[in-house]
Design a protein around this ligand. Sequence first.
Ligand code: FAD
Ligand code: MG
Length: 519
Amino acid sequence: MESSSSSNSMIWFRKGLRIHDNPALELAQKGSKHLFPVFVLDPYYIDPDSFASSPGSSRAGINRIQFLLESLVDLDCGLRRLESRLLVLKGEPVQVIARLLKDWNIGKLCFEFDTEPYAQTRDNKVKDIASASGIEVFSPVSHTLFDPAEVIRKNGGKAPLTYQSFVAIAGKPSAPLLSIYSKLPPIGDIAGYKILGVPSIHDLGYKDVKQEFSPFRGGETEALKRLKENLVNKKWVAEFEKPKGDPSEFIKPATTVLSPYLKCVHDAYKTVKKHTQPPVSLAGQLLWRDFFYTVAFGTPNFDRMHGNKICKQIPWRDDEKLFVAWRDAQTGYPWIDAIMIQLKKWGWMHHLARHSVACFLTRGDLFIHWEKGRDVFERLLIDSDWAINSGNWLWLSCSSFFYQYHRIYSPISFGKKYDPTGKFIRHFLPVLKDMPKEYIYEPWTAPLSIQSQANCIIGKDYPKPASKECKRQIGAAYALNLSGEAPDAEEKLNSLRRKLEEDDQDALQNMRQKKRMHK
Ligand code: FAD
Ligand code: MG
């Protein structure tokens, strides 16, 4: 028993859905008689939720699920070329893996290290179960260029909180693995398990999905192709300067659209030599990714305001109506709504488009909690990423990393600067396709005759604009200087919220009084 078990190994795929440059796979196949490549579909992420705000599960929109399935099909194809295949199972992952380890007599378990809290809990349980049965466990870092734990250790036990300090501490990433396999060890006896191929979206219970799927296809093959196409243009790579891209460019996006694939692929770095410098260079973008991973890993409650010591405590407003208007592309600001439609349809938007809608929801206009916006992004983005998404929402809401709350992206002039005729808006909001360019960013200012000519009456065919005044609230919150770890933070925040609301009421009453006096 003992000797045979030590020659069976399992590679448990989760995020790194790739064959090349995959240290967990390398370790798993080495010296093994049998190799079981496994992916477990987690109901937490993939079970349909009929109450969700758009098709998908409660955690993932349909585009994310479809992207995952495409990535799995591609992984399965890659494994088949190496005379293996992907064994796809469904169920609570800890229970499924524990059962398989036993039933398949596994002696060595390998999986990529994952820093996300949900994954940490899951993986620690699996590690304990495996170790208790004497199974060797390897969990190498390969999702990021650097090991977040190592960077934190080098920085004296704390996560570096600025990009510059992160870059200085991190140093140079290690070289990718270049092993090329001609064949993997065969799969052993699967002991009566009935294993089907990668399911389709319909197999998962999504019966009538009529929606337009993202134009970006999932998988390692597609990712490497995109990487090659981008890197072939050496001049473009060398001159890539992030803040200069055009967020309204959607036929050929201004950036690489690599983010969705970084779950599968990660080696752009070594190919880029002479280039613009971080933080704006392409290599610099990848360092942003590692920066947020490191801070997220080293900060308890990173994905929340309460209990998060690097997060400003701000009395965000609870306004479900405004939030839903934002989520459902009904704010009445075409630039904002068009971006939200792109998110829903494509699961991807340009970085500066994400800036626009995140600023608008939080400190810019609606004063709604960044966590609510973050959850919408998390569910709908095909590049959805726990650390990067929360990190950027913290940034955009002026809750952490960036504090110049007076600098706001105008929902009108920012987009107009890139796209004066509004082609982006016309594409994603066809209801406005005939609105003259003079009014496309502010259709409520168009005379009624123009609105009827354009077949779009504001307030009927397209909503009137919704917004709130925010700078005053953020200023008051900053002045309070509350720590997320303070035991009375919630109470103090509530009292500030009440005070701000009372001020609003007073202001409203004053205005009414003045109006009456004028009559
Ligand atoms: P490129 O500009 O071509 O950059 C190449 C790679 O660098 C990206 O794929 C990404 O891995 C990394 N990168 C670029 N910008 C950032 C950044 N600001 N922070 C961290 N890494 C970066 N990116 C995600 O991958 N997942 C998310 O869930 C996510 N949520 C975001 C939420 C908000 C509110 C904002 C403002 C940004 C978010 N981003 C997220 C970061 C960024 O917008 C995307 O990574 C980028 O737009 C993806 O397109 P690209 O691959 O063409 O980027
Ligand atoms: Mg890009």
